[in-house]
Design a protein around this ligand. Sequence first.
Ligand SMILES: Cc1cc2nc3c(=O)[nH]c(=O)nc-3n(C[C@H](O)[C@H](O)[C@H](O)COP(=O)(O)O)c2cc1C
Length: 645
Amino acid sequence: MKRLEHLLAPIKVRNMVIANRVVMPPMGTFLGNDDGTVSEASLAYLKRRVMGGAGLIVQEITAIHPDGAASPAQLGIYEDRFMPGLRQVTKTVHELGSKIIVQLHHAGRESQYQLQKGTAVAPSAIPSMVFKQAPREMTEDDIRDIITAFGDGAVRAREAGYDGVELHAAHGYLLAQFLSVHANQRQDQYGGDIVRRARFIIEVLEEVRRRVGDDYPISIRLSVDEWIKGGYTPEDMQLVVPVLVKHGCDMISASFGTHGSPAGITQAPIEYEQGFNVGLARKMKEVVDVPVVGVGRFTDPFFADECIARGDADLIAFGRQHLADPDFLKNAREGHPEDTIECLACNQGCFERLLIENGTIRCAINPETGQELIYPAGPAETSRKVWVIGGGPGGLTAAYEAARLGHKVILFEKESEVGGQVRYAAMAPNKDPYGKWINGLTKRAEKLGVKINTGTEVTGDMIRQEQPEAVILATGGKQVPLEIDGRNLSHVTDAYEILAGRTAPGKHILIVGGGLVGMETADYLAARGCNDITLAEQLRRSPVLKLTSHGYMLHSRLKKAGCKMLFNARVTGIDKDAVTVIIDDQEQILAPVDQVVIATGTRSNAELENVLKEMAIDYKIVGDAVEVRRIVEATDEGAKAAWAL
Ligand SMILES: Cc1cc2nc3c(=O)[nH]c(=O)nc-3n(C[C@H](O)[C@H](O)[C@H](O)COP(=O)(O)O)c2cc1C
């Protein structure tokens, strides 16, 4: 049997023939110009994704009304000034042989920008799930205006060359707000039971169909399960979806959850398996005959092919995989899927950067993403002899990028293996893909000629003797020394010793430090059956935000496992079987404690900088060696140091 035959089979959606079943789902990028028009950066980003060969691209949330925009820079389609850029988008995608539809969007109450301006509207004046502020309840005039605005947007989409439109009725935005009792308490014809609450969507759909004509494809994206206590269910959606199809909907995109659901489930974290959500697409297929798109943590085209073969979905959307490695489909088709870099679902560079940091889209493991305009294709004008000192994510990325640009690279790592702290992080529950990523990056770097010297600590003398042309210093962090009485007792160990499996833990465990390392060590121990774990954190609240998907999962797991978390808690002494802690200025003795684990973090280590300065060697410092941060900062700085060589 031909491999990928189901995934690569064409499919027709009304009059649109899509060459294969791979969809790039809509992903907001905030790469547009400040006025919401398409920018050079948006086009370059999109082009790079389309080169991977997905049959259908769904353009990110595109505002149909100025009061529905999530930010002023969100792409818009509500005025003619947007048209030149939108035409360039469709031209770019069509030249590469894919189809593109645009996601028509109104944020309703889920826009901090509109809430702050006082222009946010929603079915009822119930506060936003995410931003907690209340919108204004829509009048019937507002409803008619917005219905018209969706129609206008669809007409512009058609004029700009899009092959169809998608109505964004998922994730808690305006159309989804009408569906939800958590947002819609209206007493008029737009409120009531689930079918009555779907009336607004139906009227939008009817208007769009009336304005674009019979031959133009209309997709609707739904959160098939609202995934909020008391919210609507897949069974409710099984009642709504046939009505939508009857009114002219040609495709259902079966997403999951809202931005108010726990754990940022819409962009599910690493704890969720590939395709975990595809059962919801199947539920839609049970009640309608139009094509249904499945989504959720897909990274492997072969697995997607199986899902289509067994009838779970007709098309499969690969979201974040398109950010981590847009060539995943190409690699699979060409017979070298092992070259694909798998998405880690970390959300650091993508969703969380957009949501928490107001940034533009990036990817923690693909520095090209969102930076296509400055990403050098190479080779560099002159090939230089480069030393990369330190083999964590920043150093490895720097080495790979430098070698890709044609430099001669030697990487030194003082430990016996590369990977830095990620090696240990990968030991925590669910995180083995991190180890796989490090292994893959190492292999790719070696394939490009990077010489890796593990077990080699670079000294000032080595630099003086060998005089490398350029150095990228990626020496990471050094453990913060813990100066407490009892630190050297035999039952006191380091978190990394535990995570590496080199120290068998005791029964009554106190972890000093409740940051990510401390919490993941607790998670590791709880997964191995330890049921008396306490974390003592000096800060007043957890530095691991529940707002992040992984943070949320970690906090919930530790709570479920009965781990105790003490805040504003300073460990002042360690005894054979007890620990002294000052909590809120009160001294307490914790006992029994037969295992103390130190997870007090690291501090930047760039000790070799003085020698580099003294020798006037061209150097850059990257990652934790500058300041202790996350993978996304390390890889970005590592790549940029290599690009600047
Ligand atoms: C950075 C980012 C932006 C997103 N923006 C949108 C959007 O504009 N519209 C939408 O319907 N879904 C959006 N999503 C959800 C994705 O389309 C997709 O459903 C989700 O990422 C799950 O798929 P994946 O696990 O393959 O990434 C976004 C996701 C991410 C990561």
